[in-house]
Design a protein around this ligand. Sequence first.
Ligand code: AMP
Ligand code: ZN
Length: 467
Amino acid sequence: MTTCFYNTLSRKKENFNTIEPGVVRMYTCGPTVYNYAHIGNFRAYLFEDLLRRYLKFKGYRVIQVMNITDIDDKIIRDSQKTGKPILEFTKPYVEAFFQDLDSLGIERAEHYPAATAHIPEMVELVKKLLAKGIAYRTEDGSIYFKVSEFPKYGQLACLNVKEMVRGNRVASDEYEKEEIRDFALWKGWKPEDGDVFWETEIGKGRPGWHIECSAMSSKYLGTHFDVHTGGVDNIFPHHENEIAQSEAASGEKFVNFWLHCEHLLVDGEKMSKSLGNFIFLRQMLEKGVDPTAIRLTLLSTHYRQKLNFTEEKLDMSAKMITRLRDFKKSLNNDLTDGVEQLSTIVTDARQNFESALDDDLNISEALAVIFTLMHEVNNFRRESSLSQADAKQIEQFLATIDDILNIFSSKSESLTEEEKALLNQRTAARKNRDWKESDRLRMLLSEKGIVVEDTRKGAIWKRKLST
Ligand code: AMP
Ligand code: ZN
């Protein structure tokens, strides 16, 4: 079956293919770590999780990169308020982000590069743009991208660039750039930045936001790769600027498929930190909301449709999950030794589920397939019993579904492979009466948000709800 995705670049659904057969190279804009991520952000990360898991199901090896923006104006502002150096200020938010990913059962990307660890790569890219005459310096030590030197500017956001105001020199406190549409690659140091700066070949200062994604994507995925994702608010200016910087520097096409997810809304408005209408994931978990219900709520509306977040939707998801889990548990009740009788139903469900997701991740259709299957199996069981062979086939289908949707097991009741390994190592250390090692591992688990208690029956663990 052919997979197609809606490509923001062409404004069309296109058949999916990759540059290297069998491998998807994918870049995802990640969090700015000056606070916790809210559930709107997690709608984007969950859409990307679904995409990643589905591509793996289709047999691709996925190499995904998600950047961590750990330097920007807000980080400087807020770290100064606390009097902490930026890395000390951002560290707990980075850790919290990974805990939140685990709570929602989001599979880890292959790389999480931090912006502050890639300044030399960004400097190299800026140098290249300066050498090509596509970037210029201003008196304050900043460096701007000269949009007029990149005629394809506006292709992703479908902008009519000529209509963008072409004021001559723009005089404002913030900018000394030549044209209003030019954007900062490098921000020259200002006294307000305090001790936040890098002394580099292109001057003393810090990178702009867009350049980090161009530099880090090319480092880990090459200058031309398959998929780039983000929320729709990233299309302009962030992704438009990424294309401009990357293509101007390399002379190649930057990305083949651009996929963007629509916003999570609250009372019809985008959930965002600036509007103050956000909910942190951890606030919901502290109230006892099942993370899997949050996961399903955020996943179950097609990613290109706006989703208004309500308690009712959360309740509906929780009920759906209970039905699915009960159905799975009940499969082994009263089985017979007979032959398979539901092969066609299960095969059809498999095909329909796959073709739904092949169609630009049509999740509503895919969920409908699962409920139709449940309905048909339950109808069958009213008249006769399932055979072991039937039950096994259905279970296998549910396992396939769960590799993609990850909603059958409760996240708060399960550990990641890495956490399991640490817990096992600790048990082994205690057996060898190596208390130092056992304490070290307890600390390590605690840093990952797992509290371990030793009881007479052995170690038990639980997840901390907040850091
Ligand atoms: P930020 O930390 O603001 O850069 O956002 C991180 C990711 O979350 C980006 O891909 C944004 O597009 C996405 N995002 C932010 N707010 C929302 C929202 N209300 N709904 C869906 N995605 C969002
Ligand atoms: Zn980005």
